[in-house]
Ligand binder design. Sequence first.
Ligand SMILES: NC(=O)c1ccc[n+]([C@@H]2O[C@H](COP(=O)([O-])OP(=O)(O)OC[C@H]3O[C@@H](n4cnc5c(N)ncnc54)[C@H](OP(=O)(O)O)[C@@H]3O)[C@@H](O)[C@H]2O)c1
Length: 326
Amino acid sequence: MATEYELPETMRALVIDETGAPEVLHLADRPLPRQISDEVLIKVVAAGLNPIDAKTRSGKGVSAAIESYPAILGNDFSGVVVRAAFEASPLQPGDAVYGMGRVPRTGGSFAEYVSVSSMSVAHKPARLSHAEAAAVPVAALTAWGMVKLAGAAPGQRLLVHAGSGGVGHFAVQFARVLGAHVTATGSTRNLDFLRGIGADEVVDYTTTRFEDVAHDLDSVIDLIGNVHDNTGTRSLAALRPGGLLVNAPTGSWPTMAADAAAAGRRATGFKVSPDARALDEISALLDAGTVRVHVDAVYELEDGAAAHRLIEQGHTRGKIVLRVAG
Ligand SMILES: NC(=O)c1ccc[n+]([C@@H]2O[C@H](COP(=O)([O-])OP(=O)(O)OC[C@H]3O[C@@H](n4cnc5c(N)ncnc54)[C@H](OP(=O)(O)O)[C@@H]3O)[C@@H](O)[C@H]2O)c1
């Protein structure tokens, strides 16, 4: 027998009335999101923060897709289904679930309720708390897609830039699960963390030029691009002829494809999409303890501005999460 939930008319949400500095974030009462077709209505317990949320808030990222203000940012969430979809779906009221909202548009997860397509929602890994689960979807789905595109497999040698970050710490672990030999870059304080999540070799980018020590790689998972010290362009020199670079900060290096072709290497961007089936596979790895999620900090929803300031510094280890309820 499915649980019946009484729903309020309004909800607490972290909103912006304009783009700008983190101070534009503030709490407001908003109507519950309108649920349509295959969407499930979810009571959010925790919401994960991603660099795209801060970029969008600042007027970059996907801010052009904001249709009206006040706007609720945020994609990642973990919570409980309070209303099933109008169409048949295995997701029923009372189910603990996690997932990500619409991309590239804003998903609206920095709020007490979110309405999301069933295709984007999976059952929460039982082993994880809601705060841990909310840290997973965008980063892990990005890492999953990138390591598969990079061809991670036994005998393959792969480099992960920013292996200690949200996407990177999943990419290192997934590539190892798929059998690849993994080198990861990070700063001095993160080298032990990188070894702890399974990196075979680590390179301290503050003391060593990675291309001096990493050669003839089959692939590079590039989570830095040319945002810092021409990391993307320099990565081409670490690849074997014909090797593949997979880049995520896709706007940082407009000449990427031409530069790679000129160097006899290959390069492609990657954009994450919601994918409940892939999340199910990731859930199995998390529940088995084969892969771990690292939560660096948890902030209350009303302290969202402080969380945005922290992620903007670019030195998060693992993930930052907002506590929405409980
Ligand atoms: N295209 C897509 O679909 C997609 C999806 C998700 C993310 N992204 C993008 O991918 C990028 C990474 O995302 P994320 O969530 O993983 O970011 P993040 O968690 O903020 O990354 C922070 C990590 O980067 C490391 N780092 C910073 N500068 C570095 C450098 N020069 N070399 C090596 N490591 C460095 C930091 O380690 P230290 O403290 O040791 O420096 C820190 O652990 C962002 O630009 C994000 O917007 C794109």
